[in-house]
Design a protein around this ligand. Structure first.
Ligand code: ZN
Ligand code: ZN
Length: 356
């Protein structure tokens, strides 16, 4: 079943959905464009755009879509389509619709009831990846792994953090990535205690170097973190690194269909807390990945007990320990739950402590 068909099944009689976010427009139509809407009915789908995207939409969008380039305003066309289909309820994306669009809809569509609900529905659908999506993510991670191998040969004293980030990004683009999945993190020394630190223009400090990066292929993200040591690791750094690795491996071993997202977070957290680092693993164990680098489901201690891993989920497993003002370390792999309930780890890069 196509993404469009899965979504259409969720619509009730008399309902349509207006899709305005670029991520959900891409998810449903398979076509990436910067301007316009999708209008989805139970048995009809219209892609509204303008002349700039018309030809490409004909070529790349799911052929189930009618392509429409309205001569007048987009929302006037939406109104006509809704009236023509006798629609009384329009679902919108509650997570992304702007106040301005909401007000325009209220003006133009005074005879249609506008409801939230499309975001929640699409978030739930997007959490389960099909074969095509898994293939794109596997390729994105393959390029990401290759970039890590490449950067190990590039790292040397005198290189700046921004050079490391740029080199990773250049390598991934040259290797076939359409782009990067998110802003590359490459932080060394004391800055490695910042989980989402920004690469600086200073040369690499001795100590931990945390690199969190990913390629984007076919619209889908990869997400990996590796921490290496510039210089030699002392006993305390080795203890910290091996604790993070032990926590990550325990969580990976435990991951399987039916395991609660909360329990998985606690597997890693208990190991880190038990090794004397209580309170230093300040983020969640992991997150879903897909068109967005952060999506459902979340592997978090605040996840409801009912949230469990299921076939088709793709999540990261990324414990870390951060000692403010000193240093930090994170190790992140991206895994999928297979149809038989077992785990596939997309990430192949080495995790033993590397000293450079
Ligand atoms: Zn990451
Ligand atoms: Zn991540």
């Amino acid at each position: 079943m196509t993404h469009l068909q899965k979504f259409q099944q969720k619509l009730q009689e008399g309902q349509a959905a207006l899709i305005s976010s670029s991520q959900n427009r891409f998810y449903l139509s398979g076509f990436q464009y910067d301007d316009g809407y999708l209008l989805i009915f139970r048995a009809r789908a219209v892609l509204l755009t303008d002349f700039r995207y018309e030809e490409a939409a004909e070529q790349h969008a799911d052929p189930a879509f009618e392509i429409l380039c309205p001569k007048r305003g987009m929302l006037d066309a939406v109104r006509e389509l809704l009236l023509g289909e006798g629609i009384s309820e329009l679902l919108i994306e509650e997570e992304s619709v702007t106040v301005a669009l909401r007000e325009s809809l209220a003006q133009k569509l005074d005879d249609v009831t506008v409801h939230k609900g499309a975001s929640a529905c699409l978030t739930a659908l997007r959490a389960f990846k099909d074969e095509g999506e898994l293939a794109a993510m596997a390729e994105a991670q393959r390029i990401t792994d290759a970039a890590f191998t490449h950067i190990l040969g590039y790292l040397k004293p005198g290189v700046r953090e921004i050079d490391v980030a740029l080199e990773l990004e250049f390598f991934m683009r040259r290797s076939g990535a359409a782009g990067i999945a998110f802003h590359t993190i490459a932080v060394s020394g004391t800055a490695s205690s910042l989980p989402h630190g920004v690469p600086r223009s200073c040369t690499l400090e001795k100590g931990f170097l945390t690199m969190d990066f990913g390629a984007r292929v076919g619209g889908y993200c990869a997400d990996m973190t590796r921490t290496v040591v510039i210089g030699r690791a002392d006993a305390e750094m080795k203890h910290l690194y091996s604790t993070v690795l032990r926590a990550q491996r325990a969580a990976l071993d435990r991951a399987a269909q039916g395991v609660s997202c909360r329990a998985l977070d606690l597997v890693a957290r208990d190991i880190i807390d038990g090794a004397g680092y209580e309170g230093r693993f300040g983020h969640s164990l992991g997150h879903g990945v897909g068109i967005d680098v952060h999506e459902a489901p979340r592997l978090s201690r605040s996840a409801p007990e009912s949230a469990v891993l299921l076939p088709g989920h793709v999540v990261t497993v990324e414990p870390g320990i951060y000692l403010a003002g000193k240093y930090g370390c994170r190790i992140e792999d991206m895994i999928a739950v297979n149809p038989d309930g077992s785990i596939r780890n997309f990430t192949k890069s080495d995790k033993d402590l590397i000293e450079i």
